[in-house]
Design a protein. Structure first.
Length: 111
């Protein structure tokens, strides 16, 4: 949970970061993605949820990171998500398990 008024501050900070990235792209500078393990730790540390939920989220996300040997957040592509879903199906995950795994990934990507 964020304190009251934090939403506006977070939105302004996000806007500044996006403007900086846009100017860097226009200037021809490469944009490097955030390291995925740092993002994972920030994601898990920032949520106000039960310990068991953190453990489940960590397990699902680390499995995906390890399977695809991801280094940065920008490597999470739509193609990779479809490939992960196929991998879950091949392991025998039922539709509920597949949905849970994808829901955790969507939450992480929105973070």
């Amino acid at each position: 949970m964020h304190p009251v008024g934090a939403g506006k501050a977070l939105a302004l900070d996000y806007g500044r970061k996006m403007a900086l990235e846009a100017s860097q792209v226009r200037g021809g500078q490469p944009i490097h993605g955030k390291e995925i393990l740092n993002a994972l730790e920030a994601f898990l540390g920032g949520e106000d949820v039960k310990t068991c939920t953190h453990e489940l989220n960590r397990w699902h996300l680390e499995a995906r990171i390890g399977h695809f040997r991801l280094q940065t957040v920008d490597q999470l592509t739509e193609e990779l998500v479809h490939e992960w879903l196929g991998h879950l199906k091949s392991l025998g995950y039922n539709p509920g398990g597949q949905s849970l795994s994808l829901r955790i990934l969507r939450t992480f990507c929105r973070f």
